[in-house]
Design a protein around this ligand. Structure first.
Ligand code: ADP
Ligand code: ADP
Length: 225
């Protein structure tokens, strides 16, 4: 059984259909990717799953429970975490404080989970006490991911996690996401970087004009190993 199951998601902006009956399953321990050109509807789908946009039609269930009408914060409490494309850290808070506040927003203040997230992203050294302002993009992305993990989510939605990262950082990110999947988390990666997706995702869905037009193992769908 998928942890997250979406059926028939449809979103129109005015008369324009941005999402046109999309079905998507996210399974525990699996990395699912959604790729596609600009304007395909990837962000619209992401917002529907995260709860920041109510679809005009369709259903979303998490752990068998219908969450279609639940707002983002209620989904967070049910174990759905997300990252942001535009980094949303608090500049004057330290790295560790940012991660802790992330957990508090999910209403799950478990100091052990905060420490685990800091460790997994290797933010548990001297950097933990530094203010977020002025840290390099790669570090801020790790803070962002650690914040999402601090609530021990069972579903993690990642919006273009490789944006702005160099090759080494992308490889490090892939290792972290692989470790989370091995731990049983259901991951969704909405991504432009096909190299990240090719090396990482179990299943790739290609979106065009609001529909999923092709799905399968990464090697098959992207035509590379
Ligand atoms: P992607 O993330 O794949 O680039 P989006 O979901 O952002 O695609 O957008 C899908 C389509 O919906 C695009 O044609 C975009 O211009 C349109 N769109 C997105 N958001 C809005 C909005 N708030 N109002 C009107 N049109 C929008
Ligand atoms: P290392 O050389 O040990 O990989 P880095 O500073 O590049 O050192 O990364 C430290 C750790 O943080 C990585 O091993 C990985 O666990 C994680 N990491 C690095 N960059 C990212 C990123 N952009 N997103 C998520 N995790 C990352």
């Amino acid at each position: 059984h998928p942890v997250l199951r979406a059926r028939g998601l449809t979103v129109s902006y005015g008369g324009f259909t941005a999402l046109d009956g999309v079905d998507l399953d996210l399974a525990a321990g699996r990395i699912t990717a959604v790729v596609g050109p600009n304007g395909a509807g990837k962000s619209t789908l992401f917002h529907c799953l995260a709860g920041t946009l109510r679809p005009d039609a369709g259903r979303i269930a998490v752990g068998g429970r219908d969450v279609t009408r639940l707002p983002a914060h209620a989904r967070t409490r049910l174990g759905v975490a997300r990252t942001f494309q535009r980094l949303a850290v608090f500049p004057t808070l330290t790295v560790a404080e940012n991660v802790r506040v992330g957990a508090e927003q999910g209403h799950v203040v478990d100091p052990a989970a905060v420490e685990r997230a800091l460790r997994l992203l290797r933010l548990d050294g001297a950097v933990r006490a530094r203010p977020a302002a002025g840290l390099p993009t790669g570090t801020l992305r790790r803070v962002e991911l650690a914040r999402a993990l601090a609530g021990s989510p069972r579903v993690l939605l990642l919006d273009e996690p490789a944006a702005g990262l160099d090759t080494d950082e992308v490889a490090a990110l892939a290792r972290v996401l692989g470790a989370l999947a091995a731990d049983g988390t259901a991951l969704l990666v909405v991504e432009h970087d096909l190299d990240l997706v090719a090396g990482l995702a179990d299943t790739v869905h290609v979106m065009t004009a609001g529909r999923i037009v092709s799905s399968g193992p990464a090697g098959e769908v992207l035509g590379r190993p």
